[in-house]
Design a protein around this ligand. Sequence first.
Ligand SMILES: NC(=O)c1ccc[n+]([C@@H]2O[C@H](COP(=O)([O-])OP(=O)(O)OC[C@H]3O[C@@H](n4cnc5c(N)ncnc54)[C@H](O)[C@@H]3O)[C@@H](O)[C@H]2O)c1
Length: 252
Amino acid sequence: MRLAGKKALMIGAATGIGRAAAIQFADNGADIVIADINRPAAEETVASLAKTGRHASAIACDVREEASVRDAVAAAESRMNGIDTLVFFAGLQRLGHAEQFSAADWDAVFDVNARGTFLATKYAAPAIRKAGGGSIITTSSLAGLRGAPGMTGYAAAKGAVIAYTVALAQELAPDNIRVNSVLPGWIDTPFNNPAIALMGGVEAHGEVVKRIVPLGRQGTPDEVAPIYVFLASEESRYITAKQMMVDGGMAH
Ligand SMILES: NC(=O)c1ccc[n+]([C@@H]2O[C@H](COP(=O)([O-])OP(=O)(O)OC[C@H]3O[C@@H](n4cnc5c(N)ncnc54)[C@H](O)[C@@H]3O)[C@@H](O)[C@H]2O)c1
């Protein structure tokens, strides 16, 4: 029960890494509201949490729409009687080498990953301040630090998330609000299917993973979720403005 009494708004937690984190948050005693563009999947995740006895509910939210983000924060605050934790997972990947990449795809990856992170934190920060402080956790990617061929637009957007997180951490520290970013490496979710196709298919991708990941395999969402639990918990109360890599040792 490392999150007993916490009230978390989890944006983009309907599937994948966010879903695994939502389950671990509820198992650790947090109330949660999942806000996601995929409302049916968000409802399904919430239904699987009924046994925890904590508040768990879903809201439709498109992080590309400012009003939608603002309304999701207000709804979560009213449903849980406050918010002290914001976790942002929503992500979009568009692939292609820079010379072939369209400006529309560039805007699309920035809209969801970078601008979405900005909007969510902009509206959630006052609520967390009102609660006396808390934790904001953004989701970047190892690509946001290291880049990768075919991922220039996505890498740039995830790099923006890192820089934004570090700047925001300094702005909000006086209010006892910590802001950190999680940087997953290769994690086994359908999110990567287009990247795996670009790399030549599952077998070719598997060979690359074996070569570049010291632990020799992809991670699972369940293996990334605990870092979010830690960053939301009081155990991490002296940790802010950090990039937490969960990558099987890929960055070394
Ligand atoms: N899987 C990986 O290997 C990996 C690696 C590095 C970073 N990440 C990042 O982790 C996060 C989660 O990825 P995942 O692998 O769990 O994939 P996922 O597709 O399961 O999760 C993305 C979630 O964001 C939601 N979403 C997408 N667009 C949205 C929008 N406009 N408004 C609201 N919600 C929206 C989706 O419905 C989904 O629930 C993403 O930010 C991704 O960039 C993933």
